[in-house]
Design a protein around this ligand. Structure first.
Ligand code: HEM
Ligand code: HEM
Length: 183
């Protein structure tokens, strides 16, 4: 079992739990997002509306977990990348991690501002409702839908690269890259 804190060699259990819980939620949200927007608009109680409300709540949960992850990360040593790796691979790996942090921050923010612009309040599992970020604005609403969509597609693209790299390291290079993110 991994120790609580990170070390030079591996991620600790808190970082591992945050990584995998967010990975599952984010992949689920992208799949749900793509599915729900394809459903036809019928009636107020349609499956589409229920799914969009659920998508927003889970999206906000990801945002809360992201803030926790950043605070935790700031207190931790970062495990070193394999010293055998060529520089370009180290830069590529770190860049994809940074891009992930940017995209997972930007998706909930654009989602929240988009909902405000549409005049629809965002509730967090009934615990609290977010204040509207901006006034009702149809043009902004449609621009943000586009931005949110492209961020979602970029996320899927980088997940593909990230997962391929992790599996390649594990099964082809047979190094510890994946193992250091496992309990
Ligand atoms: C990491 C978190 C999130 C991910 C990965 C994500 C991903 C996606 C994706 C892939 C779509 C489909 C886009 C399309 O094909 O048009 C979508 C749609 C949508 N998302 Fe998110 N989203 C996230 C967070 C949020 C949050 C926090 C909100 C609101 C508070 C939100 C509100 C919406 C809405 C309203 C739509 C439907 C837009 C439309 O009517 O076309 N999302 N999301
Ligand atoms: C589901 C398949 C996934 C696998 C097999 C996987 C694997 C890994 C591995 C092995 C690392 C450690 C890399 C290293 O330090 O050398 C890592 C780090 C990371 N992963 Fe994933 N990952 C997956 C999904 C995701 C998803 C969906 C996201 C986006 C939300 C993500 C975001 C990150 C970030 C940001 C880091 C860097 C952590 C840090 O140092 O702060 N991962 N991942």
């Amino acid at each position: 079992m991994a120790p609580i804190e990170n070390s030079e060699e591996r991620y600790g259990i808190i970082a591992i739990l945050l990584h995998w819980s967010m990975a599952i939620l984010v992949i689920g949200l992208a799949a749900l997002g793509i599915y729900m927007v394809m459903l036809p608009d019928v009636g107020f109680n349609s499956e589409k509306i229920v799914l969009i409300i659920f998508h927003k709540e889970v999206g906000l949960l990801v945002f809360v977990l992201l803030l926790v992850r950043w605070v935790w990360r700031a207190t931790q040593t970062m495990p070193a990348l394999d010293s055998q790796l060529p520089d370009w691979q180290k830069i590529a790996a770190r860049s994809v991690h940074l891009i992930f942090y940017f995209i997972i921050f930007a998706l909930p923010i654009t989602g929240w501002v988009m909902s405000s612009a549409a005049g629809i309040p965002v509730s967090f599992f009934g615990i609290f409702t977010l204040h509207d970020f901006v006034r009702h604005d149809d043009l902004l609403f449609h621009q943000l839908i586009e931005l949110h969509r492209w961020l979602g597609f970029a996320l899927v693209f980088f997940i593909f690269i990230h997962v391929s790299a992790a599996l390649w390291h594990h099964f082809v290079f047979k190094d510890d890259t994946l193992r250091k993110m496992l309990p």
